[in-house]
Design a protein around this ligand. Structure first.
Ligand code: AMP
Length: 442
């Protein structure tokens, strides 16, 4: 299947060919036609699957056929958990919509609100936002949702993990009830299902890769090593393998800062990115890493969420995440869109529980390689995919490894064709800019 077969206009196809995309990814094949038909979507898709284009492309196609946004109004709202992800979605919107006459704005916290209020004054066809700042702007009456046609909740699981559920519910409360809803989440806990139930209407359910699987294009292995040896081992691996661009995950902010200093001592340029850094510092760190000015980017899970660095070859887990799903997210940073990548985890004996949880979640044991000179004094016990016999705590959170929702057979594409809601923006109006107009086709 080609992009040409999906119902996208020439202006969008031109932008895609500029990006070098030759064929749609599986999620794009399913999502694009469904969104164009006006259907709600509930998609189990992790980063790296091309999901951003999966929702952005049909949205651009829909919006280009309607009337431009009025003052302070937005026609599409894309809500996403982190600033980095918001900025990256905005970049995608701009790249794919390069030849279209549509306006888009991105807003997130950690930077001054006034310039955002000013920009919103003219309205936007697409607003990409993090939840907290969006609510602030709405409270200050800088943005209005009367003409909202499409809502996208991206990385819904992470938004819930980050405690945004109340903000999300408040945002939804302020939206017109007639709208198209697109929900994307890497994992589907009961809480996400509850949110989905109150949000989507007869959705097309899409699951492009089985929940909690890692891409086949990622070579994964672990290095058993003593904890105190980890910084030295990492420096050794980077030098020895001549890794030139490495994303390293650290569980804590302090750990990230400390590791950066240790790498620098080993003549490896490194910079940390985490929640204690200002937005300016985070943007600068990411830009330096993308341009290969810095060899190692050390990130915490939350800061790294949504980082999209093309063809990132190497990911290292300096320590294993406590939440096994985070391993899948971390690994999603490499081997993107069919590229080959490598993910290495440095595992010390005290991390056996995390390792077992991860292996059980992804359904396979990870290959172990002990590096000469770094043989551990404290062995990492053998793991197994069998469930442990220990009793589970009742009423635990949604991060328990054994709490499985099987998405394997959820690939049901509902043929029911719900009419697009909206109804707004249908009467002929003078366009603020540009010349393209016309009412939307269902
Ligand atoms: P995402 O899952 O949206 O974070 O996208 C992952 C990466 O895949 C991004 O770098 C996109 O630019 C890239 N990408 C998205 N769609 C395609 C495609 N059809 N062909 C090649 N690369 C793509």
């Amino acid at each position: 299947m080609k992009f040409e077969d999906l119902g996208l206009s020439d202006d969008i196809l031109k932008a895609l060919s500029r990006k070098g995309y030759t064929k749609p990814s599986p999620i794009q094949k399913e999502a694009i036609p469904a969104v164009l038909k006006g259907r709600d979507i509930m998609a189990a898709a992790q980063t790296g699957t091309g999901k951003t284009a999966g929702f952005t492309l049909p949205i651009l196609e829909i919006l280009r056929k309607g009337q431009p946004a009025k003052a302070k109004q937005v026609r599409t709202l894309i809500v996403t958990p982190t600033r980095e992800l918001a900025a990256q979605i905005q970049e995608s919107v701009e790249a794919y919509g390069k030849h279209l006459d549509l306006t888009s704005i991105v807003v997130f916290g950690g930077v001054k609100i006034n310039p955002q209020i000013k920009r919103l004054h003219r309205g936007a066809d697409i607003l990409v936002a993090t939840p907290g700042r969006l609510l602030d702007l709405h409270q200050q009456k800088a943005v209005k949702f009367d003409d909202l046609e499409i809502l996208v909740l991206d990385e819904a699981d992470r938004m819930l993990d980050m405690g945004f559920i109340h903000d999300i519910r408040k945002i939804i409360y302020h939206l017109p009830s007639q709208r198209q809803n697109l929900l994307f989440s890497a994992t589907f806990s009961n809480e996400i299902r509850k949110l989905a139930k109150s949000l989507v209407n007869d959705p097309v359910e899409i699951s492009v890769s089985t929940r909690n699987t890692t891409a086949d294009t990622v070579k994964q292995w672990i290095c058993p090593v003593d904890k105190k040896q980890k910084p030295e081992l990492l420096a050794h691996l980077i030098h020895d393998n001549q890794w030139e661009q490495v994303l390293v995950f650290s569980r804590t902010k302090h750990g990230a800062d400390r590791l950066t200093r240790q790498l620098e001592k080993n003549q490896i340029t490194a910079v940390a990115i985490h929640g204690n850094k200002s937005q300016g510092a985070r943007t600068k760190a990411l830009a330096g890493f993308k341009k290969n000015n810095v060899r190692v980017l050390v990130a915490t899970d939350i800061a790294a969420r949504g980082l999209d660095i093309n063809q990132l070859p190497q990911v290292v887990n300096f320590d294993l995440p406590n939440v096994p799903e985070d391993y899948v997210h971390r690994i999603g940073r490499t081997g993107r869109a069919g590229q080959v990548g490598q993910a290495v985890s440095l595992v010390s004996a005290d991390e056996i529980k995390q390792l077992r949880d991860i292996e059980r979640l992804i359904g396979r044991l990870l290959e172990r390689k002990i590096i000469d000179g770094f043989e551990p004094d404290h062995d990492v016990p053998e793991s197994s995919l069998q469930p442990q016999k220990t009793a589970r705590k009742p009423g635990g959170g949604n991060s328990q490894p054994n709490k499985k929702t099987n998405y394997r057979n959820r690939n049901n594409t509902n043929k029911n064709n719900k009419k697009r809601g909206g109804g707004q923006n249908t009467q002929g109006k003078k366009k603020a800019t540009g010349t393209k107009s016309g009412s939307r086709q269902n």
